[in-house]
Design a protein around this ligand. Structure first.
Ligand SMILES: C[S@@+](CC[C@H](N)C(=O)[O-])C[C@H]1O[C@@H](n2cnc3c(N)ncnc32)[C@H](O)[C@@H]1O
Length: 204
């Protein structure tokens, strides 16, 4: 279904991918993006538990590419296939989930490694720049990313990262089934219950 408006709300993640892979996203997000933008060459970065690949195959995308450390591809060191018209990426939200632990092996380039926040943003920027450079003219990068709160401090990743390309759409995705759903915040702190889906367009 083509995205009807700028709020996405899927309480159920759907049947696609590994629902045990922490921080996995709902397959409906990727399905709606593919239905809306109908890319010819779809690349997914940070594909994790395989949600995007299963959605893509079901929709008849037989040539899509899905990349993650889990299948031996490193976003910091390796090339991103070029000439794509659509990249979907779903990076770790800083160090909230330990993906080394999920994989069962340590990787020094794992973005969820404990590091100063500014270092995380610098690495994310580097990857976003690579994604941007991989697109054809008129291509799009859709990035799904959440803001996080740690020890009471609010980190707005979308505010702090560099935006490569022109913002074409900004979708608010309602967040479901996350550990923080059960947290009670004190004082004026409000629980974050949404993520951001930015669609950035590359035009010469
Ligand atoms: C939020 S998860 C993606 C979840 C995915 N959308 C799904 O539905 O399962 C973030 C992913 O980033 C991957 N990752 C972290 N650092 C990476 C790196 N340097 N190169 C490639 N993948 C990396 C992790 O392995 C993890 O699967």
């Amino acid at each position: 279904m083509k995205l009807p408006d700028s709020i996405m709300n899927y309480p159920n993640r759907g049947k696609w991918g590994n629902n045990k892979w922490r921080g996995n996203c709902s397959g409906y997000v990727i399905r709606d993006l593919l239905d809306t933008f109908s890319p010819k060459r779809f690349v997914e970065v940070f594909s994790g538990g395989g949600t995007g690949e299963e959605v893509a195959r079901e929709l008849g995308y037989n040539n899509s590419i899905h990349l993650d450390l889990i299948n031996g591809w490193d976003a910091l060191k390796d090339e991103i296939p070029t000439y794509s018209d659509f990249v979907f990426s779903h990076p770790p939200y800083f160090d909230i989930i330990d993906y080394n632990k999920q994989r069962g092996s340590y990787n020094e380039d794992e973005l969820s490694n404990k590091m100063p926040y500014d270092d995380f943003i610098a690495k994310l920027d580097l990857i976003n720049k690579k994604i941007y450079a991989s697109l054809i003219n008129g291509g799009r990068h859709a990035i799904l990313i959440g803001d996080v709160r740690k020890k009471g401090k609010y980190y707005s990743i979308i505010k702090d990262m560099t935006w490569f390309g022109d913002l074409e759409n900004h979708i608010i995705k309602v967040q479901h089934n996350v550990v923080s759903s059960n947290k009670i915040y004190k004082g004026n702190l409000i629980r974050i219950a949404h993520e951001h889906l930015l669609v950035l367009e590359f035009t010469l």
